[in-house]
Design a protein around this ligand. Sequence first.
Ligand code: ZN
Length: 427
Amino acid sequence: MRRLAIAAALALALSPMTHAADPLTPLAERYVRLMLAIGLHDADFIDAYYGPPEWKQQVTDRGKQPQAALLTEGDALTAALEATPVPDTEIERLRRTYLIAQTRAAVTRLRILGGATIDFDAESRALYDAVAPTHTDADFDAALKALDALLPGAGPLASRVEAFRQRYVIPKDTLDAVFRAAVDACREQTLKHLQLPEGEQFTIEYVTGKSWSGYNWYQGNYKSLIQINTDLPIFIDRALDLACHEGYPGHHVYNVLLEQHLVRGRGWKEFAVYPLFSPQSLIAEGTANFGIDVAYPDEARVALERDRLFPLAGLDPAGAAKYYDVLAVLDRLSYAGNEAARRYLNGTITRDQAADYLVTYSLSSPERARQRVRFFEQYRAYVINYNLGKDMVRGYVERQGGTAGKSAERWRIFGALLSSPRLPSGL
Ligand SMILES: [Zn+2]
């Protein structure tokens, strides 16, 4: 004890600046409390909280604070964070930038909750630290023509695509077996490259009546609850998508690594709260989607699904090659979903027109289009996090040298991103 005290005094005398108390930690606690307080106004806001239970209890006991007071606290906290010195190490600089950007986003979300109208792109910049590119309808023509050639016939193209995809629906009685096999495959691949802490695991539930198709609810202590929405038929390719996206190496792994390295490893409790409408979500959704390609790049994915998942689902693998050709072209239409959301939320098209747009340009079934519009209404500009997030994460990983041919390097860079507080503008 005495020796330690002398050593500490000596270190302080030698370099008083570097040994000053960490100014971010008390502000990080204020940040957590502010997020929890906003959560009392917005049921979708807190995606996960596994920090000190007494902090949550205190916020809950205090009850809903007026939004104006929370706005004042948000602005004051942003100013206090900006007044702290820029740290010496990269990870600490990322932490400071993270706290500032996340707090600013929360202030914008509060303004939206208070009735402020904000344009789609301004919202995505303020909440997710990024803006999706704008496309004209003509940008999707080439992909629509390619699909028309792949699936010739009479009737609207969307109906032909839907009829073709119906042959690849996972029968309800095999869904759990197929999904669990997909999870095993994703986990196996992930564990070859990333070291996960002992005891990590998740439970799976099947639910209905949601605007999303799957959701990972992180519980802390390296555990997640994954919910799969069975309102609409689930196509065979969605099993691996969901298993990788929600589980390995997607949301479950991202949360596990943040808990292990930042919350426990460094004692940074702000990472034990995850506010959904924040820049962190672009990283979360972007890594979850890009993680599918990291775990199962093109050919490996087709082989796994055709040889393992199709038979489990009782589907004929003979037509698999064409199915993946169709999916590859459909993927080129993904940004049509952002256009529908942008136009609808900006008020330039109606709810029905948004659904029609999704049928025409995303080639969704009318039921799927309506579910998607409900998602726009609930989560708004959040939609950009999936495809723009994936493209930004891919760009970052590949610029660091993690290109498709270099699997080990790709996993290493991807794993480092999952364990860090990096935000979209840091990509
Ligand atoms: Zn997700």
